[in-house]
Design a protein around this ligand. Structure first.
Ligand SMILES: CC(C)(COP(=O)(O)OP(=O)(O)OC[C@H]1O[C@@H](n2cnc3c(N)ncnc32)[C@H](O)[C@@H]1OP(=O)(O)O)[C@@H](O)C(=O)NCCC(=O)NCCS
Length: 176
């Protein structure tokens, strides 16, 4: 059974390992060195409002979801002015960027990504929240669970490194 718990500083090695494995597979096929992955994960863990959920089965880490809470300026700097303009139209909402959702390749296809994503959304604080994320158009697994929890497409698209593929920004409004 999938067990979920909050990510903390002790999760670092597990996140690095899971990130490396997950992004070496479909649809990314990234050949990242250990230090490149460490740099990415460390950067994410250092971002404003970083938090996450780690999923494990029989004490083996199988997947994770993590997010952060950028300011509009940070969002503009990282994701561009169009994304920041979109967020500005929800000025009375908390802003959350869903940064990663991943399941280790050998555990994929077992339905673990949806509970991770749902746990992320359930953990958001009370109030009105605009959740933004970016998904690649050929990344079927993430698109399916994204749609299942209510993410909707914006018109903001950017090309992917893979020829012919593109990234689209999605949004979800949470109110409780
Ligand atoms: C995206 C990811 C988290 C999905 O996890 P998963 O364990 O593979 O997916 P699940 O088993 O939870 O399946 C979710 C749904 O997607 C479908 N799906 C998953 N991978 C698929 C694929 N390659 N092709 C077609 N459908 C797929 C499943 O059939 C399921 O559909 P259903 O809800 O209709 O039953 C995982 O593939 C991953 O870690 N990928 C690499 C990292 C990544 O791309 N993260 C997202 C960045 S935005």
């Amino acid at each position: 059974m999938l067990e979920l718990r909050p990510i903390d500083q002790t999760s670092y090695d597990d996140l690095v390992q899971m990130y490396k494995e997950s992004f070496s597979g479909f649809p990314w096929f990234e050949d990242l060195s250990h230090s490149e992955v460490e740099a990415r994960v460390s950067k994410h863990m250092g971002q404003r409002g970083f938090a996450g959920i780690l999923g494990s089965v029989d004490n083996e880490p199988v997947g994770a979801s993590w997010w952060n809470t950028p300011t509009l300026a940070e969002l503009a700097e990282e994701k561009g002015p169009e994304v920041a303009r979109f967020a500005t139209s929800y000025a009375h909402h908390h802003l959350v960027w869903e940064r990663e959702l991943l399941v280790r390749p050998r555990y994929q296809g077992r339905g673990y990504s949806l509970p991770l994503r749902k746990a992320f959304l359930a953990s958001l604080e009370l109030g009105r929240t605009l959740v933004l994320t970016r998904m690649r158009d050929d990344n079927v697994g993430t698109l399916k669970t994204g749609e299942a929890v209510g993410f909707r497409p914006t018109s903001i698209v950017t090309p992917s490194k893979k020829e012919g593929a593109f990234h689209r920004v999605y949004y979800l409004l949470v109110e409780r």
